[in-house]
Ligand binder design. Structure first.
Ligand code: 9WN
Length: 409
């Protein structure tokens, strides 16, 4: 297929995954609106339909909680193809949502969309909502000065070995019977295992039992881990908010301060053994024992570190395609199991934004070339084997189509 045909297919994927103001990640496997997927969808739409791009973000923020949290899933319409659905989360919100959040990439992408297509009035309306969400991250998810997650799903990198230390302390033995849906849509060998799901559910049940009280979840919940990826994303997103404030004539000193404070706290995530930033259990202090693509997102935040750069370069050279979600040299590397090894086009796109800003054009071009090759060979799949390029997970995936249009082509 020529690149022109791929462009047309990518647009068709976005349009056909549109459910009216929001886009589902892919038909069947993920039938609702997901938080960071939508921000990428908006970026993709901005290449051919500016109005629809802003609408995507507006629909996402229409589900924002009074606390400022933007939930990780918005269940606009019923669909029994996904588990756990709204009745399991039991948040009681309207529209029904999950009770946790997801990586706050919306401000980063809103700024890129504004740069591309304008829409200052739409950005102006969104700005206070973005600010409220970032304040929520600061008040409800910042411990030891860095961004923490209360559930692996909150990281967007579900079964990454980053979360193994925290998962080891979660008791999933008492969650009762349940029926997964994901393994009916895609190969079970590419998905998180049953032990993972038992624990994921135990965390949901804890949240539900405390009425989704976010302070209780943070302070007494079964899982709390410092996430380098979200910390880097938030640093960048707060600086983007400050830049937007300047454009809009608002006072951006608050998000600028939040970014500086989080950057100053990053040493807490520095794993001297790995010579890299790494996930760390906020309760026990235990570090994850692997380098992941979470560390590479330092580039998005403009956080430079020569020792880690050398490690990341070695990790990249161990694969053929893109930045792997887990280091192939690590014991738990699985090239096709979701976030335990595969490369994810969306993560590559975020890293590339940072590389371009840092003037590292050769590296940016390499990452783009490798990501584009995966899509040209395999199509618009969810993620890929970084060693041989095998396409994995869901097909006709919104965020892969979106980053093709906005970045990779
Ligand atoms: C849980 C939708 C989402 C992505 C996540 C990805 C996966 C869900 C799942 O799919 O997570 O949120 O059921 O596996 O890990 O990053 O947003 O594409």
């Amino acid at each position: 297929m020529s690149d022109k045909d791929l462009d047309a297919t990518a647009r068709d994927i976005l349009v056909s995954n549109d459910r009216g103001g929001y886009t589902i990640p892919t038909k069947g496997l993920y039938p609702f609106q997901w938080n960071w997927d939508s921000a990428f969808a908006a970026w993709g739409f901005s290449t051919f339909d500016a109005d629809r791009a802003w609408t995507e973000l507006e629909t996402l923020f229409s589900a924002q909680w009074d606390s400022g949290m933007v939930p990780h899933i918005v269940f606009h319409k019923e669909d029994d193809g996904y588990f756990p659905g709204p009745e399991v989360w039991g948040t009681g919100t309207s529209p029904a949502t999950s009770g946790i959040s997801q990586p706050p990439v919306a401000a980063i992408l809103a700024r890129l969309i504004h740069d591309r297509v304008g829409g200052t009035d739409r950005l102006r309306a969104l700005y206070p909502k973005l600010l409220a969400w970032h304040r929520w991250w600061r008040e409800c998810r910042t411990v030891h000065g860095v961004a923490c997650i209360t559930h692996p799903w909150e990281s967007g990198r579900d079964n990454c070995p980053d979360w193994d230390p925290g998962m080891a302390n979660v008791d999933g033995s008492d969650v009762g019977a349940y029926q997964r849906r994901d393994t009916g849509h895609v190969d079970a060998a590419m998905r998180p295992g049953k032990d993972d799901y038992d624990r994921y559910l135990a965390m949901v049940q804890f949240g539900r039992a405390c009425g989704w009280d976010q302070a209780t979840i943070r302070d007494d919940g079964p899982f709390l881990m410092g996430d380098p990826a979200i910390s880097f994303i938030l640093i960048r997103a707060n600086r983007d908010l400050a830049a937007m404030a300047a454009t809009l004539g608002e006072d951006g000193s608050e998000p600028a301060l939040w970014a500086d404070e989080m950057e100053a706290a990053l040493p807490w995530l520095w794993n001297a053994d790995l010579q890299a930033y790494a996930a760390r259990d906020a309760r026990t202090g235990r570090f994850a024992s692997n380098i992941s693509s979470g560390a590479a997102l330092a580039l998005l935040a403009g956080v430079e570190n020569a020792a880690m750069e050398a490690k990341l370069a070695e990790m990249w050279d161990r694969v053929t395609y893109g930045i792997p979600s887990n280091d192939p040299a690590a014991a738990g590397f699985e090239p096709r199991r979701y976030w335990r090894g595969p490369t994810w086009p969306v993560v590559n796109a975020l890293i590339a934004v940072g590389l371009a800003d840092a003037g590292r054009h050769e590296d940016e071009a390499r990452l783009r070339r490798e990501t584009a090759a995966l899509i040209r060979q395999g199509g618009f799949f969810e993620y890929f084997d970084p060693l041989d390029g095998t396409a994995c997970g869901g097909d006709r995936f919104t965020w892969t189509a979106a980053i093709w249009l906005a970045w990779a082509n």
